[in-house]
Design a binder for this molecule. Structure first.
Ligand code: PLP
Length: 236
């Protein structure tokens, strides 16, 4: 049984090794700890190990955690990233409680997050989610619609467009993983040419982070390798 701290050290080492192997600048890839379904106590252990950025998928659960830690860990520089699918009737608590949103996939969601972002908070840092493998079961905009959505987001004062997020089809071969990530990286470069704040490419999870780093990821979203397998049986 490994501790959360050991797991974070191990994952960080894996990221640094992957950066080194492909000649990336050391520490150019950030670790987002995906804490969905995991209790407060486990997140505390990750914070004690130095982790600052956390990703959550479910609105109610994520809001509860973000509020708890915002209240109890003031000025500790924690960041809450919403990375799950967004229903339009759930945008308000997201706009009010998170610093980042990775999963904007349509204009209605962008508009609502902008309108509902409280004026006393800095702009929400946002990524457009692309469905790069075209799987019907996955959310995300199509490649052809990314630039239209980017244009809208860049016109909204309470959102800052930072880049792209994607969850490619789950494939086991390194080369197939690399192919999908390389496609994303090319779209990201075009976006960065057009919009000055674009610097973030959120791709790579526990099973494919090395390929993501090789293709240019700047943020890997890691759940299982840090917190262990998730138990969904207690969730309704
Ligand atoms: C759950 C989840 C992750 C983490 O996946 P692991 O395989 O547990 O590392 C990353 N990104 C998103 C969008 C997720 O929903």
């Amino acid at each position: 049984m490994y501790s959360i701290q050991q797991n974070i050290e191990q994952v960080t080492k894996q990221i640094r090794t992957a950066e080194h192997k492909c000649g990336r600048v050391p520490s150019s890839v950030q670790l987002l700890a995906v804490s969905k379904t995991k209790p407060i106590e486990v997140i505390k252990a990750a914070i004690e190990a130095g982790q600052k950025a956390f990703g959550e998928n479910y609105v109610q659960e994520g809001v509860e955690k973000a509020q708890y830690f915002t209240e109890h860990y003031k000025n500790s520089g924690l960041e809450w990233h919403f990375i799950g699918p967004i229903q339009s009737n759930k945008t308000k608590p997201i706009a009010e409680n998170f610093q980042w949103v990775h999963s904007i996939d349509r204009s209605k969601i962008a508009q609502r997050l902008n309108d509902q972002r409280p004026e006393n908070l800095p702009p929400l840092q946002v990524l457009i989610q692309i469905n790069i493998s075209g799987e019907e079961s996955k959310s995300g905009t199509s490649e052809s619609e990314v630039f239209q959505l980017a244009e809208l987001i860049s016109s909204l004062p309470n959102l800052t467009l930072r880049g792209l997020m994607s969850i490619p089809a789950n494939v086991s071969s390194y080369q197939s993983q690399l192919n999908a990530f390389t496609k994303l990286s090319a779209i990201q470069s075009k976006l960065a040419d057009k919009y000055t704040n674009v610097d973030t490419l959120s791709m790579g999870m526990s099973g494919d982070m090395e390929a993501a780093v090789e293709a240019g990821s700047t943020m890997v979203r890691i759940g299982t390798a840090i917190f262990g397998a998730r138990d969904y049986t207690t969730k309704s």
